[in-house]
Ligand binder design. Structure first.
Ligand code: GAF
Length: 402
């Protein structure tokens, strides 16, 4: 963290030849459980991780926004007037590349719904750096959006709360980046609390934090980044979302949030096989989120039933099977990571994030950590897959001014 902040200060001065007025940062996230449930208005249980994006911001005395980063050579600039004049369609067309995550947030803040008067705010210089791996399913994009949303909210004195800033980031992602994603990632990045997961009801947007209790149980979360790159702006993600909407419509409900596990036999009668399996994943996944929250809190289960993080392994495993077999968003590398981690002693494992590549997570006893890491490395070698990047993440605080 300290290194990135120093890099941002130094980089900012080198590019813009003045000092930033402030630094803001926001984390990536791991989703513990609750995949593809957010846009179905269901439940998710992500946590913010100790990998962050930092943005340095300096006020200008004109109406330009200039954006640079430590990872791309180009500097992108646009006037606030031109940005404010972009229609929704133009925004997707005109803003592209990594700077769309930044400028898309400034654009979204100016929407009537969020109320910033882009005609009345000063121009800014912004420089971004990040240690959230890109394309790993750890929400590097939401980390940028959330850091920028919090920074602009502070420096332009907009007074928006964090759940609203999450919606601003989501709008940037949906329109400027063109990925039809839900609200989970920005919420985790903005609402995260150290050693806790964020239990979010994606219909009411009510969020509660749930203690993970990992240290007490001698557990860690190991990320296994397969290196298989994915993008949610193309292909599979949007298709899965469309299938869920089709399923909800056929069942006569507003969203799959309104379908329970007990309704699945009726769904099977009504829907074609593929749509049924997409629906079955979402419906059972919602239930698994609720069961995981209850298990972590030690409530709702039978007297004497195991509780706490040591008892959620089977829920994680079942979530992965559901994504592999019913939602069909896993890839061989993710399946191998999960199977190997569990065989080598992990309490549970699953792919995390939108799928089609990215990372798996394994819940592992500290004593078993090296064994699991070595087993996964060896298995990838034996299968001729590129070596995965494996690292432990800690549940961390959300976006902040630094
Ligand atoms: C991606 C999306 F950005 C989230 O909104 C969510 O749908 C997730 O995939 C799947 O759970 O991270």
């Amino acid at each position: 963290m300290t290194d990135i902040r120093d890099d941002v200060r130094i980089g900012f001065h080198a590019v813009f030849e003045h000092e930033p007025d402030g630094l803001w940062s926001a984390p990536g996230r791991v989703n513990l459980i609750g995949e593809h449930t957010d846009y179905n208005l269901g439940f998710v249980l992500p946590f913010a991780i100790d990998r962050r994006t930092v943005v340095g911001v300096g006020l200008r005395d004109d109406r330009m926004l200039r954006v640079a980063s430590t990872f791309a050579d180009e500097m992108v600039e646009i006037s606030l007037d031109a940005l404010a004049a972009l229609s929704t369609d133009d925004t997707g067309r005109e803003l592209s590349g990594w700077s769309a995550y930044v400028l898309g947030v400034a654009w979204a803040l100016g929407l009537a719904e969020f109320g910033a008067d882009l005609a009345a705010v000063p121009g800014l210089d912004m420089l971004i750096d990040s240690d959230v791996p890109v394309g790993a399913g750890l929400s590097s994009s939401a980390a940028i959006e959330s850091a920028v949303a919090l920074a602009l909210n502070d420096i332009w004195q907009l007074g928006l709360d964090r759940p609203t800033l999450a919606r601003v980031g989501q709008r940037a992602e949906n329109i400027a980046v063109g990925a039809p994603t839900g609200i989970m990632d920005q919420s985790a990045s903005l609402l995260g609390v150290r050693d806790h997961a964020v239990f979010l009801d994606c219909r009411s947007l009510e969020a509660q934090v749930v203690p993970l209790g990992l240290d007490e149980a001698g557990l860690v979360i190991l990320v296994i980044d397969t290196g298989v790159k994915h993008s949610h702006a193309t292909g599979g993600y949007g298709e899965r979302r469309a299938a869920c909407e089709r399923g909800a419509e056929a069942m006569g409900v507003e969203s799959l949030r309104d379908v329970s596990v007990a309704d699945l036999p009726r769904a099977r009668e009504l829907l074609d096989d593929v749509t049924y399996r997409r629906v079955a994943h979402v419906v059972t996944e919602n239930q698994r989120v609720l069961d995981t929250v209850d298990t972590l809190r030690g409530v709702g289960s039978d007297e004497g039933a195991p509780s706490g993080p040591l008892a959620i392994g089977e829920l994680l495993d079942a979530s992965h099977r559901s994504m592999r077999d019913d939602f069909e968003i896993s890839v061989p590398e993710l399946d191998l990571a999960v199977e190997t981690a569990v065989s080598a002693g992990a309490i549970g494992a699953r792919m995390t994030g939108g799928g089609f590549g990215g990372a798996a997570i394994a819940l592992v006893k500290l004593d078993d950590l090296s064994r699991v890491q070595v087993a996964v490395d060896n298995a990838f070698g034996e299968h001729g897959f590129s070596a995965p990047d494996t690292f432990v993440v800690r549940a961390s605080d959300g976006a902040a001014r630094n």
